[in-house]
Design a protein around this ligand. Structure first.
Ligand SMILES: [Zn+2]
Length: 287
């Protein structure tokens, strides 16, 4: 007997016996319109308002669209058929194993999905100022904390830019250690360059990494903005997991009100790339 399916993305239905997904042309069309609206430059808030004004019913239990639903959909690779298995760790759902392609019926093609990621990066960058302004955090929305699995966030305070576990920022615990952003970015990009030139890497990893490296190399060219944009988009497409261990392999719990310290000597990160099975560990690269 075929295995029963538990969940489904909002735009699909389950067959009556719950063993297959049913493609809903009307909903697929709505998803496509949302991606196209985003690519044309509309923000999630505007898109949600337009759908509500047109009385297009939302897919969830709530009949109304809101911007977080739109943003989640625009980032969700289930739209192109991909399924990321998850497991629960510390009360959070975290990725468990490789994403499975062609798990769902795709409602849009990959080129449309990627175009929307480009548009989102551009909107985010232009929202922060003129085009010449550089994207300050290339890793937006990607890293998680190696200790508590919460998101690691970019923080800029009195000219120090760093990556910090969101639990630490919100004073909910975890290890009060941050990784200075410049050092992390340099270390990570150096790691990618070295890793991509390793002849032993898995074939499925090679092509997407080659593209990422071409953007990293472009950093020394004339258009740094374009290069950083390319890196940000490639990172989104190639990194499936990035865990940051700012406090090293054997962190020591300190006072919950202790000053957040920077750049522990033992700091490291663990990364998995889309398509590649194994996890790789990277360390500070030095200047
Ligand atoms: Zn943490």
């Amino acid at each position: 007997m075929a295995k029963k399916l538990k969940g489904r993305p909002g735009w699909l239905e389950l067959s009556e016996d719950r063993t297959s997904f049913v493609f809903m042309p009307d909903r697929a069309k709505i998803v496509r319109n949302i991606f196209e609206a985003s690519i044309s430059g509309l923000g999630g808030y505007t898109i949600a308002n337009r759908l509500n004004a047109k009385k297009v019913p939302a897919f969830g239990p709530s009949l109304n669209w809101d911007q977080s639903t739109i943003h989640n959909m625009l980032r969700n690779r289930a739209t192109i058929g991909e399924h990321q298995p998850k497991r629960i760790q510390g009360g959070k759902r975290i990725p468990d194993g490789d994403p499975i392609p062609n798990f769902y019926p795709a409602v849009i093609e990959e080129s449309l999905f990627l175009a929307a990621q480009v548009a989102r990066q551009k909107n985010l960058a232009s929202g922060r100022g003129r085009k010449g302004r550089l994207i300050t955090n290339l890793f937006r929305g990607i890293p998680t904390c190696a200790y508590c699995a919460d998101p690691v966030k970019f923080k800029s305070k009195s000219n120090v830019k760093s990556l910090i576990c969101s639990n630490v920022i919100e004073n909910h615990g975890c290890f009060r250690m941050a990784w200075s952003y410049k050092d992390f970015e340099h270390s990570f990009l150096e790691f990618v360059k070295n890793h991509a030139s390793d002849l032993k890497i898995e074939r499925r990893e090679r092509e997407p990494l080659a593209e990422l490296v071409s953007h990293i190399r472009a950093l020394s060219g004339a258009d740094v903005y374009e290069a950083r944009m390319g890196i940000a988009i490639s990172l989104n497409a190639t990194v499936s997991e990035l865990k940051i261990a700012s406090a090293g392999p054997t962190p020591v719990a300190g006072n919950s009100d202790a000053r957040i310290r920077l750049d522990h000597l033992g700091r490291y990160f663990e990364v998995r790339f889309r398509g590649g099975g194994s996890t790789h560990t990277g360390f500070p690269a030095g200047k």
